[in-house]
Ligand binder design. Structure first.
Ligand SMILES: [Zn+2]
Length: 227
């Protein structure tokens, strides 16, 4: 059946990097590496644009607990202040040192079929702000250019996979929606890092209007049918 609505899908594979994967990742997502077969299968489908953003932090990044004295990772936080407007701020979780530019932990996992990716895009390079989303940080002082890239390609629908569901995948899917794209997370292609909080987080994602879909679902069948 022909569908009147335009459909030009993009695939965004978020932060599929060594530091987010067992066995050696400093911020390993449980079973993170196991999503590789699903991600690689999606990469064979005729998405108009296939992007792989990666966390690419300088050593002095504000999200590292080690840069905040004795603050323990995961359970402590820091206040990020807007670089040019001190009246604006947000609180963000502190993490173990991860994905430092050029280190082995920052490399995309070798399982990823990167030859099928159109572009690898670095994010999180401004040491002053946290940047979970592959689009931009909460203050929009650091912008990866992904939104412009999607629009230039005429993309209508954005499918997000990668690590971790509850942080960078979620933030990327939220910004995709806010930028006017239909936004989906393919559940078999992603894993959350904070398992105890995941059921609540999943509800919040759905409440925003992001669809959590299966790699076997109708939306993916529709992508396949484009070929
Ligand atoms: Zn990071």
């Amino acid at each position: 059946m022909a569908d009147a609505k335009p459909f030009k899908p993009a695939l965004i594979i978020v932060d599929f990097q060594e530091d987010f994967c067992p066995p050696n990742g400093s911020l390993a997502v449980p079973n993170g590496r196991s999503v590789a077969p699903v991600v690689n299968h999606l990469l064979t489908l005729p998405f108009s644009l296939k992007l792989a953003p990666r966390d690419w932090h300088p050593p002095n990044h504000t999200s590292f607990a080690a840069n905040h004295g004795d603050s323990p990772p995961f359970t402590s936080s820091t206040t990020v202040i807007h670089p040019s407007d001190p009246s604006r701020s947000y609180t963000t979780t502190l993490w173990p040192v991860h994905c430092v530019q050029g280190t082995p932990g920052a490399q995309l996992v070798p399982e990823l079929d990167v030859a099928r990716v159109h572009a690898v895009i670095d994010k999180g390079m401004d040491p002053r702000v946290e940047m979970y989303s592959a689009f931009y940080d909460p203050f929009h002082v650091s912008d990866s250019g992904i939104a412009e890239r999607l629009r230039a390609e005429g993309v209508t629908d954005v499918f997000v996979v990668g690590l971790a569901t509850d942080f960078c995948v979620k933030a990327t899917a939220e910004h995709a929606l806010e930028e006017g794209f239909r936004s989906y997370i393919v559940e078999e292609g992603t894993k959350p890092v904070l398992l105890d909080q995941w059921p609540e987080c999943r509800k919040n994602i759905l409440a925003k209007g992001i669809k959590m879909i299966s790699a076997e679902g109708d939306e993916i069948t529709r992508v396949k049918s484009l070929s």
